[in-house]
Design a protein around this ligand. Structure first.
Ligand SMILES: Cc1ncc(COP(=O)(O)O)c(C=O)c1O
Length: 389
């Protein structure tokens, strides 16, 4: 016998997952349906419509992959890349590197253009790196979670169009937090996750493919190497015929359905506004404490703030204390920023005034036990932003 597992009630303010809204938790626990039940298909149809709105697209091929964000990344890349094709990937963080890695595993000749971590990538540099090569695909990370950088999509779309290439983006940390505007930004494909801006449990990856991208997949020379992620087979399940492909989790679908219902109830524009305001208050609070933000304001994601760890402060000790004494989770740095950054997520259901003020007070308490002298009152600075509204 093993005892019941009772997880503690944390406040999740890291790079993801974010806190799950109570109604989403209840939806996840509703009675399981079979993956071929007509009632489940009705839920899936509603969910697809709502997902199109959040992505900002009319693409009929908008649905969910069973698997986390990385599964969506693999699905888009495995379907759209044929071995030997040139794929351009600007890399200015950990997840850009993952895109390049997976594109390479799909057999692409990857033109990887490395930029500074903490800044957006430079299109002119990528254009120069391509030289005479003609990419079939350009793949960018819209919201680089390792550094909190927002990458503008339009300049990369234009570069892709110059070459007649498809244009795809990782929207794992942007969907539901900032506009993706997939159609306006000319995206032929995008993947995301359920555990960040949508504030559901992890385990599914929303994806969208433009009609042009679906056509490209249908006219492939070779079959998609992955059976599980084959777009044609997945659409045979999601669309009219509903042919069995895999045993999708109905419970996760209910959770995503409820999460999207909440997004619609609030309104997308309002959600983006709330995220921006909460983030502005958090930035004011961090700066008042004397903490520095890594990313310049113009390239900074509101939903993921990278805060430099002050000299002499031990990353692990602070994060352990935050978790142990305050039940607050924030993230540490990845790659070159390991031990040097904290990553604070203000996503979806978790982007609240209460969370910002609690974190600022708790972080100050933890820092001061380590001998750090705050230069000002973080809570008051954040309150001033909320109050000034
Ligand atoms: C930008 C980005 N892409 C991809 C992923 C991978 O997603 P997952 O961990 O859900 O597989 C993450 C995860 O944090 C991410 O932030």
């Amino acid at each position: 016998m093993i005892p019941h597992f009772q997880p503690p009630a944390r406040t999740l303010l890291g790079p993801g997952p974010s806190d799950v809204a109570p109604s989403v938790s209840r939806a996840l626990a509703a009675p399981t349906l079979g993956h071929l039940d007509p009632r489940l298909f009705a839920c899936m149809d509603e969910l697809r419509g709502a997902l199109r709105d959040v992505f900002g697209t009319q693409n009929p091929a908008t649905f969910l992959i069973s698997g986390t964000g990385t599964a969506g990344m693999e699905a888009v890349l495995a379907n759209l890349i044929e071995p030997g094709e040139v794929v351009l990937v600007p890399v200015h963080g950990y997840f850009g590197a993952r895109v390049a890695e997976i594109a390479g595993r799909c057999g692409a000749e990857v033109v990887r253009v490395d930029g500074e971590w903490g800044r957006a990538s430079d299109v002119a540099k990528a254009r120069a790196a391509l030289g005479a090569k003609k990419p079939a695909l350009v793949a960018v990370v819209h919201a680089e979670t390792s550094t909190g950088v927002r990458q503008e999509l339009a300049p990369w779309r234009d570069l892709a169009r110059e070459h007649g290439a498809l244009f795809v983006a990782d929207t794992v940390t942007s969907l539901g937090c900032i506009p993706v505007d997939a159609d306006a930004n000319g995206l032929d494909g995008a993947w995301s996750c359920t555990q960040k801006g949508l504030s559901c449990a992890s385990g599914m990856s929303p994806v969208t493919f433009s009609p042009r991208a679906v056509e490209r997949v249908r006219s492939r020379q070779r079959k998609v190497q992955s059976f599980y992620l084959d777009l044609g087979l997945l659409l045979d399940y999601w669309d009219g015929a509903h042919a069995y492909h895999h045993t999708i989790s109905s419970n996760l679908l209910y959770g995503v359905h409820e999460a999207l219902r909440l997004v619609h109830e609030e309104g997308l524009a309002k959600r983006f506004e709330r995220t921006a305001l909460v983030s502005k208050a958090a930035c004011a609070g961090f700066e008042a404490l004397g903490l520095k933000l890594l990313v310049p304001q113009g390239e900074r994601l509101p939903e993921l703030l990278a805060v430099s760890i002050p000299e002499g402060i031990d990353d692990a000790r602070i994060r352990t204390r935050l978790l142990r004494d305050f039940d607050i989770e924030i993230g540490g740095g990845l790659g070159v920023f390991k031990g040097k950054l904290w990553r604070v997520g203000l996503m979806g259901h978790g982007a609240t005034r209460r969370n910002v003020l609690t974190l600022l007070a708790a972080l100050r308490a933890c820092l001061e036990t380590e001998g750090y002298k705050a230069s000002g009152d973080g809570v008051a600075a954040a309150e001033a932003v909320f109050g000034a509204r």
